[in-house]
Design a protein. Structure first.
Ligand SMILES: [Zn+2]
Length: 175
């Protein structure tokens, strides 16, 4: 990393710390959200007897006439997430950050969760801004948001993800 980049990264980290201070909550609470911003994906961790997770959804706005768009990232941070309801069963392949190989899992299609504290971050790549907003739950997710939340809640409650490995699949040549 070049010196100029290190400076900018430090500067960003200072701004991050200032935002966290302004929100008046313990710093560690924001870790999953900061990870989602920096590295992408969903995150969960247990810290000081708190369960923390972030769930990321993507929303692309595209102007057919201008032929230009942007993908908003909506990151939801939950402190002590509580599962309210789940609906449906979707069989799908997932790759966990802890694991190199993909695995077959079952996830709900819809899921509703609440949390002791919920913060929504909207990362706008066009404006280059990250908007933060405190939300009151419960929050419902459909599709990819539901799969991500279910995956992280499984980590928080059971550590291991229940799955079938890819090598149990069979190739079939179709006529
Ligand atoms: Zn995982």
């Amino acid at each position: 990393m070049k010196q100029e980049q290190v400076k900018k990264l430090l500067n960003f980290t200072i701004k991050e710390n200032n935002v966290i201070k302004a929100l008046k909550l313990p710093q560690e609470i924001f870790l999953p959200l900061l990870f989602s911003v920096r590295y992408g994906g969903d995150w969960s961790l247990k810290k000081n007897s708190k369960k923390l997770m972030s769930v990321k959804e993507k929303l692309t706005n595209y102007d057919e006439n201008e032929k230009i768009g942007y993908t908003l990232e909506l990151i939801y941070l939950f402190v002590n997430p509580m599962l309210i309801s789940e609906e449906g069963k979707v069989y799908r392949m997932e790759k966990c950050g802890n694991n190199n190989e993909r695995e077959l899992v079952e996830r709900p299609y819809k899921l509703t969760i609440n949390g002791e504290y919920i913060l929504k971050a909207t990362l706008d790549p066009k404006k280059m801004k990250i908007f933060l907003k405190h939300l009151r739950g419960p929050i419902s997710f459909i599709g990819s948001g539901a799969y991500g939340a279910s995956h992280e809640i499984e980590h928080l409650n059971h550590d291991e993800i229940k799955s079938i490995p890819f090598y149990d699949f069979e190739y079939i040549i179709e006529e």
